[in-house]
Write a protein that binds this ligand. Structure first.
Ligand SMILES: O=C(O)CCC(=O)C(=O)O
Ligand SMILES: [Fe+2]
Length: 344
């Protein structure tokens, strides 16, 4: 009981979003109230209710429980790209990715080369970099005397994710069958962001969300999911479905910039995170986005008379400006930033 009520502010994952916020001690100070909560294990107090400020209107509440999985998330074996010299096997693998992007917009990646370690995190925040992630700078503001293990693990993850992201970007360009030169500037100093999330146990998970519906703004996001606790849900064919985490996999999610640079062929996936009353859950997301100063546009090969250009060219700075000026609509899930760049 004591814990539950004390933890009022923590049913949502802590989102100390540092996108365009100056790095100050204030900016990264989040309520450090989760450690105790995590230690309590299974949530057992049936009296304790979700505090009012977290109860969503009924139509926004998750109807799908964290573990009501819809099976079938595609699995892509990266080995088939790195180990195969055979052109037809490679072509089959490319077609498999294209199908996954079209039908699911999300897939699990296996044989990705990222080592899984346990991270001692207990909050969520975003570490941005282009391309270096200054994890230590951020973490030392939150845990001035005790961030070394955390920082080392984040640095390790950051660099592994970065390599994997580059490989996946190469695959996507192959899938698009366009001139890789179009992406050269966009990939020169890609913006990357590591975002550890923590979702504590929640007394009334059907009345709130860990993370509201959104699409990720970059090219794509790579997710390291807790293999024992579900929580990630995606919108597929107009319905929310729960994704079963796959042991030892990294999960790929299509972001807004792939939607733009593919001329809408491969759409960003709307997703959210739900909580549960049994176990806390953690995830790490890694966003891979274009060089902030580069112009984001679709390759000319994809523009035809039947398929005129959907989005006008824009830059990451334009994205940040919209994020600032239309924050409320975006936060409420009513506006997607890239929609403001539509030509018609
Ligand atoms: O925790 C998850 O499963 C999703 C996290 C996410 O969507 C994000 O960090 O953008
Ligand atoms: Fe996300």
């Amino acid at each position: 009981m004591a814990y539950a009520c004390q933890m009022q502010s923590s049913f949502h994952s802590f989102q100390t979003q540092l996108w365009d916020v100056e790095l100050t001690a204030e900016a990264v100070t989040s309520p450090l109230v989760l450690d105790e909560f995590i230690k309590t294990g299974e949530y057992s107090d049936s009296d304790c209710r979700l505090p009012e400020q977290y109860i969503l209107p009924e139509q926004l509440c998750p109807q799908v429980a964290y573990n009501s999985y819809t099976e079938g998330t595609p699995v892509i074996d990266l080995k088939s790209f790195t180990m195969s010299d055979d052109q037809s096997t490679l072509q089959n693998s490319i077609e498999e990715v294209a199908k996954a992007l079209k039908e699911w917009r999300i897939f699990h990646v296996i044989n990705h080369g990222v080592r899984k370690e346990k991270l001692p995190w207990s909050e969520a925040f975003t570490v941005m970099g282009s391309p270096e992630l200054h994890v230590r700078e951020y973490a030392s503001k939150i845990w001035p005397h005790d961030h070394d293990t955390f920082s080392c693990a984040c640095e390790e993850y950051g660099s592994c994710f970065r390599q994997l992201a580059e490989q996946i970007m190469n695959i996507l360009i192959n899938v698009l069958e366009v001139d890789p030169g179009h992406f050269e500037e966009l990939r020169k100093r890609p913006l990357v962001a590591l975002h550890p999330n923590h979702y504590p146990i929640c007394p009334e998970p059907d009345k709130t969300l860990g993370l509201g519906p959104h699409t990720d703004p970059g090219f794509f996001t790579l997710l390291l999911l807790d293999e024992n606790v579900g929580g990630l849900q995606i919108e597929k064919d107009g319905k929310w479905i729960a994704i079963r985490p796959l042991k030892d996999a990294i999960t790929y999610i299509t972001g807004d910039c792939i939607e733009v640079t593919s001329q809408g062929r491969y759409k960003a996936v709307r997703h959210r995170a739900v909580t549960n009353s049994k176990q806390p859950r953690s995830s790490i997301s890694f966003m891979y986005a274009p060089t902030p100063t580069a112009t984001i546009s679709c390759p000319p090969e994809l523009i035809t008379e039947e398929q005129p250009q959907i989005y006008r060219p824009f830059t990451w700075d334009d994205i940040l400006a919209i994020r600032k000026s239309r924050a409320t609509e975006i936060h409420q899930g009513k506006l997607r930033i890239i929609d403001t760049f539509m030509k018609i």
